[in-house]
Ligand binder design. Structure first.
Ligand SMILES: [Cu+2]
Length: 120
């Protein structure tokens, strides 16, 4: 009887470990801002549902930029950075299509945006 209880405890502990690993994981996506134009290095990013991080490096010596995500009630933004700087956002996302964009006035309208596709 005692042995059986120990077995159950081990199973429960490994189930907990699996859950915390899932939280610690997630997807990190990399992006760069163009040297001269109001655009990112890609128009489409893909991730699995869960914790998603976008790291954007600003290659422009002209504009300051950041990276932000919006859609399905989500709205998060990273800090605005100058040349060589890195802007980062982390958010937990459900499956669906979101937009990643730059919040500096005029930049999103100027083409600094793309689609983030989150699958199950
Ligand atoms: Cu920008």
């Amino acid at each position: 009887m005692k042995k059986r209880l120990v077995g159950v405890a081990v199973v429960a502990a490994s189930a907990l470990a699996a859950v915390s690993l899932a939280f610690a994981g997630g997807t990190t996506l990399k992006l760069t801002a163009d040297k001269t134009k109001l655009s990112y290095s890609t128009k489409t990013l893909k991730a699995h549902a869960g914790k998603v991080t976008i790291v954007m490096k600003n290659m422009s010596s002209i504009f300051r930029h950041n990276v932000a995500i919006k859609g399905h009630g989500v709205k998060v933004k990273g800090k605005v950075v100058g040349h060589g700087g890195t802007s980062k956002v982390t958010v937990t996302l459900k499956p669906g299509k979101y937009e990643f964009y730059c919040t500096v006035p005029g930049h999103e309208a100027g083409g600094m945006k793309g689609t983030l596709i989150v699958s199950k």
